[in-house]
Ligand binder design. Structure first.
Ligand code: PMP
Length: 424
């Protein structure tokens, strides 16, 4: 099949994310990925400023990650996890318990970020039920958040500006606080306090993305809010779930974003960069208290069990990916990228149509006043030899940590070109 036939078949038969069928937006055939570069079917090479939706932190075809999968493939690709266990799962669990905040000691392996959020919500609801708190059935979150596309996760995404408004009337009604401002504001904190207090009797858990709201709008918040939510959760006998799927494994400059707030959650979701972008896997971790509470309940078990739970290949590559992070000075890499993004995006501040420029760790964002035409911006970005996927009014990058300084510069130049094209 030549590239033209391939694209024609793709357009007619394959759903792409958030896309119509047949597709109307362009897709580009990619035939290889190595280091931080993607090779398209027409031979063009693009620096990947997206890390495959923020996951491929070590770049592609990394010899250590390739070897980990190949080695595991020699032993077994997959076995059911029900009633069986295996060394790759145990090794990864050990690493996760070790590198996440101390009170998190139990690991549930999920097969995607959204599923890990479903599991976190179930953990919280089952925990409260087990304690006889059958009235605690709602969740509290903040507007502007994004936690996944499955039904439980959609119910805690922003119901108004968000991606799931089509389903709002079918979703359980949770409690939404206004979006946190970028910097700490006592009036907002007071509003949050009174909202949680007013609903405490019916709240099972608070769920938020700590410090960075990702797919909901690439916004950064003062870690003080995360600290406040921890306090409120404790004060009102509510659990705190942190969704570190986007922020985990170093993206913001600390291994997990909650470290910036100096707190730990009762339940935490990790995914995306967990396997270094190689295979689909996520995990939900919880404390002894939550696990024991669920165990003491009527069911006595956590009611979830995916077919591909703890897939050995995914466990092996996740273990290797965390190992790589530990071996390399990723903090210096992310700090270096932060510096380059800050300097490289500075010229966007004065540009027509740009309302904000922000950088945190290996995340760089140009926010425009109006929604962009994705095709127009993408063409301008690709002409600079870079791959990005703008959405709504945002042109952003979350590059692999192994990007060389020149590559980061290329990405920022491409983002500026994208912003100029959007303004035309
Ligand atoms: N939570 C957050 C914070 C995310 O960024 C995402 C993915 N963008 C998800 C949950 C859902 O993860 P997945 O796409 O793996 O289901």
């Amino acid at each position: 099949m030549g590239p033209e036939e391939l694209l024609a078949y793709d357009r007619e038969h394959i759903w792409h994310p958030y896309a119509p069928m047949p597709a109307t937006t362009p897709v580009h055939p990619v035939v290889a990925a190595e280091g931080v570069r993607l090779t398209l079917a027409d031979g063009r090479e693009l620096i990947d400023g997206m890390s495959s939706w923020w996951a491929a932190i070590h770049g592609y075809a990394h010899p250590v990650l390739d070897a980990a999968i190949t080695r595991q493939l020699g032993a077994m690709a997959h076995v059911m996890f029900g009633g069986l266990t295996h060394p790759p799962a145990v090794r990864l669990a050990e690493l996760l318990v070790d590198c996440t905040p101390d009170p998190l000691t139990k690991v549930f392996f999920a097969d995607s970020g959204s599923v890990s959020v479903e599991v976190a919500i179930k953990m919280a609801l089952q925990y409260q039920r087990s304690r006889g708190r059958t009235d605690k059935t709602r969740l509290c979150t903040v507007r502007g958040g994004y936690h996944g596309d499955t039904f439980g996760a959609m119910a805690v995404c922003d119901p108004v500006g968000g991606m799931h408004h089509l389903f709002t009337d079918l979703l359980p009604a949770h409690v939404f606080a206004p979006m946190p401002p970028a910097t700490y504001e006592p009036a907002y904190a007071a509003e949050l306090e009174s909202l949680v207090a007013a609903h405490a009797h019916e709240l099972a858990a608070i769920i938020v993305e700590p410090v960075v709201q990702g797919a909901g709008g690439m916004r950064f918040h003062d870690p003080a809010y995360v600290r406040l939510l921890r306090e409120l959760a404790d004060r009102h006998d509510v659990l705190l779930i942190l969704d570190e799927i986007a922020t985990g494994f170093g993206r913001t400059g600390t291994l997990f974003a909650c470290e910036r707030a100096g707190i730990s959650p009762d339940i935490m979701c990790v995914g995306k960069a967990l396997t270094g972008g190689y295979l689909t896997m996520a995990a939900t971790l919880c404390t002894d208290r939550v696990a024991r509470g669920i165990g003491d309940g009527e069911a006595g078990v956590l009611m979830h069990g995916p077919t591909y739970m703890a897939n050995p290949l995914a466990c092996a590559v996740a273990t290797a990916s965390i190992g790589l992070l530990r071996e390399r000075d990723w903090r210096a890499e992310v700090a270096g990228i932060e510096k380059l993004l800050t300097a490289g995006l500075e010229p966007a501040r004065g540009m027509a149509g740009v309302s904000d420029v922000r950088v945190l760790g290996a995340i760089g964002v140009i926010e425009l006043t109006d929604p962009v035409d994705v095709g127009t911006v993408q063409d301008a970005v690709m002409a600079e030899g870079v791959w990005l996927r703008p959405f709504r009014n945002l042109i952003y990058t979350m590059p692999p940590y192994v990007c060389a300084p020149d590559d980061v510069d290329r990405i920022t130049r491409a983002m500026l070109a994208g912003a100029r094209a959007a303004a035309r």
